[in-house]
Design a protein. Structure first.
Length: 94
């Protein structure tokens, strides 16, 4: 089930697009407007991404239903998940 909770956290299914490859993943994302630059910044965790998908700052796309956003893979955590970050409209309905 995909939903934004009362705490503003989106948890659910998404598609991670790296180059031309599309991967079905699960995500946990949260965002807010940064008071210093006035832009919406969102970030979170990507679960179930293939091991060969490496972070390194390259742009990727994250899609949730009809919502799409450009993002950056920040790092792979010790437990193997990917950290993702984006600025602007998030890939989930607000």
């Amino acid at each position: 089930m995909s939903a934004v909770g009362l705490d503003g956290v989106y948890t659910g299914a998404a598609d991670l697009i790296v180059d031309e490859a599309r991967y079905a993943v699960r995500v946990r994302l949260k965002g807010s407007v940064n008071p210093f630059d006035g832009h919406y910044h969102w970030q979170g965790t990507v679960f179930d991404a293939p091991d060969h998908v490496n972070p390194g700052g390259a742009q990727v796309r994250l899609c949730v239903d009809d919502h799409h956003a450009v993002a950056r893979l920040v790092e792979r955590t010790a437990d193997g998940h990917l950290m993702i970050s984006g600025t602007g409209r998030p890939p989930y309905p607000l």
